[in-house]
Design a protein around this ligand. Structure first.
Ligand code: NAD
Length: 261
């Protein structure tokens, strides 16, 4: 079992140009880690801004443009971060995309794309981060992005839901495989976090502000709990800490109590 003596120094966060990924990157910088950040090319400018924000906190930063669903790009991304920041202690596989429409409306192409980014992308980040941490030989932290909709079903979100269930299975399985290497593997399961992903052009039509469409799909009232990305960053900051060595294989809900409703 991992011990408290392992002190993470370098983290890599995917999908970090905005939303939850950006909040995690800044929070880990505040916690004293050097931080690698990743996103796709279309978000390069916003990613550079995150790099500046990390550096303004007195930490080293490295940005890597890569599509997490492409194996060679994930491999190169991890190598680039290790080359720039010296090692990799915490991998936060945060990048993800939503799905849209009922299952009957879902094309094979849409299904494959959601699975490719959310499922394969997380698997590749887990795999290559694990290889690097095993090589370093002193433990590590691997953390994925599941969802409240990775624990319960949701109408008109089936591909997304299936991909987020998959991340829980991946997380439990890898946690078992990596125990002997003192590497913990966990995931977060946010409820409704106010980011671009949860804003919908139909929100106004559903009688509310940001998140109203999603609340309608989840059959929960408009005044149900919601929060900014910092509530997720806070859980990740804990999971990365040395004292979290005894938490592994878990998917932690961060949803203000939305799930049990
Ligand atoms: P967001 O859309 O604001 O940010 C996601 C980021 O991931 C974007 O910057 C995007 O460019 C990047 N990304 C997408 N595909 C990528 C790829 N192939 N390679 C690299 N980067 C890629 O979303 P968010 O709300 O910040 O969500 C972050 C994670 O948390 C996602 O995995 C999401 O599914 C999960 N999540 C979010 C919520 C929520 O309420 N916002 C709830 C549950 C789970």
């Amino acid at each position: 079992m991992a011990s408290v003596s392992f002190v993470p120094r370098v983290a890599l966060i995917t999908g970090a140009a905005k939303g939850i990924g950006r909040a995690i990157a800044l929070r880990l910088a505040d916690e004293g880690l050097d931080v690698g950040v990743n996103d796709v090319a279309s978000n390069a400018e916003r990613l550079s801004e995150v790099v500046e924000e990390i550096q303004a906190r007195g930490r080293q930063a490295s940005s890597v443009i890569a599509d997490v669903s492409e194996e060679s790009q994930v491999k190169d991304m991890i190598e680039a971060v290790v080359e720039k920041l010296g090692r990799l202690d915490a991998m936060i596989a945060n990048a993800g995309i939503p799905s849209k429409g009922s299952l009957i409306e879902t094309s094979v192409e849409h299904w494959d794309n959601v699975m490719k980014v959310n499922g394969r992308g997380t698997m590749l980040c887990y795999k290559y981060a694990a290889m690097q941490m095993i090589k370093q030989g002193n433990g590590g932290r691997i953390i994925g992005a599941s969802s409240m909709i990775g624990i319960r079903g949701a109408q008109r979100l089936a591909p997304y839901c299936a991909s987020k269930f998959a991340i829980r299975g991946l997380t439990q399985s890898l946690a078992l495989e990596l125990m002997e290497h003192n590497i913990t593997v966990n995931a977060y399961a946010p409820g409704l976090i106010l980011t671009d992903m949860t804003a919908n052009p139909l929100d106004a039509a559903f009688g509310g502000a940001h998140g109203a469409t999603l609340k309608a799909l989840l059959n929960v009232p408009l005044d149900s709990p919601e929060a900014g990305p910092d509530v997720v960053a806070s859980i990740v900051a804990y999971l990365v800490k040395p004292e979290a060595y005894f938490v592994t294989g878990q998917t932690l809900s961060v949803d203000g109590g939305l799930l049990p409703r």
